[in-house]
Design a protein around this ligand. Structure first.
Ligand SMILES: NC(=O)c1ccc[n+]([C@@H]2O[C@H](COP(=O)([O-])OP(=O)(O)OC[C@H]3O[C@@H](n4cnc5c(N)ncnc54)[C@H](OP(=O)(O)O)[C@@H]3O)[C@@H](O)[C@H]2O)c1
Length: 331
């Protein structure tokens, strides 16, 4: 069984391919043939050894997968070979096969291909958790999405439109802005050339003439855009802190939170999903039902073979990717 292995912590170049023995499953386990495995920022942090959880090396990275059930232990009910599934693996997903508890598996709706399914859970669950559970977003509200052409950004646009929000996407390249529009954004802005605050206020006023700014900002980037994004929030605006893809953790002037009674809201979907497993399972089932009903439209991710895992991770880390990335066992 081929897998991508992190033999020691370091940059993506440290990754190697290994052939490993398939571990025989216990009677209560399921073996899944991995069709595709998601590549996420957190995987790069695991490889670098800079995440708060540091798995001992060597380890197989890969936090989410989709594939088909290969074999089912005799104590397992409800699953059979050939079933299309997706799962959070935490680690170990960049492997031709994974052995999982049946409770980790979710059925993939026919409307979702396995590549898109492998890249679905982290970004869509984060988007929904942020907008619904954390911000209590309401239909008709306006939302500025930073990193709108990235994985979380595109998922957020899709989820937000399904919730009836008006969405302005900010992204650095024409390709990413086109992807944001294709995902359903009502308008896009280039924060490199346009004044983000002015663009956001104009957008908000187009939807509510007395608006003093947008109702919501979703920020997976951090860095230099954080302050103008905070300033673009209107009265009672909420700022959703998702991540720091730019590397720098911004320091924000707190007077800008006091003004207009704004709120800063932290979003840690991973921690919530572990602390409230039943609520998280319901959230994901609901998202998959929306996909099945045609109300959500996950984009097709860019594929890389396992052998190109280093390239995939570097492309993600260096902003070269639009949308999501998956690794497939063979090209
Ligand atoms: N809090 C949570 O629960 C949660 C859940 C999932 C992910 N996250 C975090 O959210 C962040 C984004 O994840 P993602 O999957 O959307 O990543 P992604 O697909 O790589 O998108 C991130 C976007 O950030 C922008 N960016 C700006 N400076 C960058 C830099 N120096 N390096 C890389 N990207 C840069 C890029 O957009 P432009 O080129 O348009 O600027 C890029 O498209 C990550 O930090 C991830 O760890 C948090």
């Amino acid at each position: 069984m081929r897998c991508v292995v992190c033999p020691e912590n370091g940059p993506p170049e440290t990754l190697i391919i290994e052939d490993r023995e398939v571990r025989p499953p216990r009677p209560d386990q399921v073996v899944v043939d991995v069709a595709a495995a998601g590549v996420n920022f957190v995987d790069a942090l695991f490889v670098a050894g800079s995440y708060q959880i540091k798995p001992p090396v060597p380890f197989v990275p890969g936090s989410e997968i989709a594939g088909t059930v290969h074999a089912v232990g005799p104590d397992v009910v409800g699953w059979q070979p050939g079933d299309r599934v997706l799962a959070m693996t935490g680690l170990g997903g960049w492997s031709e096969q994974v052995t999982l508890s049946p409770f980790q598996l979710l059925r993939v709706p026919d409307a979702l291909d396995l590549d898109a399914a492998a890249a679905f859970m982290q970004s869509y669950a984060t988007a929904r958790f942020a907008l619904h559970e954390r911000a209590g977003a309401q239909p008709g509200e306006t939302l500025l999405v930073l990193g709108a052409g990235g994985g979380v950004g595109l998922a957020t646009i899709d989820v937000a439109k399904a919730m009836g929000l008006h969405v302005l996407g900010a992204a650095s390249s024409a390709e990413k802005r086109a992807a944001a529009l294709a995902a359903g954004a009502d308008a896009v802005v280039d924060p490199g050339t346009d004044d983000l605050k002015d663009a956001a206020r104009t957008f908000a006023r187009a939807h509510r003439p007395d608006a003093t700014g947008v109702d919501l900002v979703l920020d997976p980037i951090g860095g230099d855009l954080a302050e103008p994004a905070l300033r673009s929030l209107g009265y009672l605006g909420r700022y959703l802190v998702i991540g720091f893809a730019a590397g720098a953790i911004p320091k924000l002037p707190l007077n800008q939170v006091l003004l207009r009674n704004r709120s800063l809201l932290g979003v840690d979907w991973g921690a919530w999903s572990m602390a409230y497993a039943a609520d998280n399972a319901a959230l994901i089932e609901m998202l998959l039902a929306l996909v099945a009903d045609g109300d959500l439209h996950p984009t097709v991710p860019t594929r890389y073979a396992f052998d190109d895992a280093t390239i995939a991770l570097n492309d993600l880390l260096h902003r070269r990717v639009t949308g999501k990335v998956v690794l497939v066992p063979r090209a």
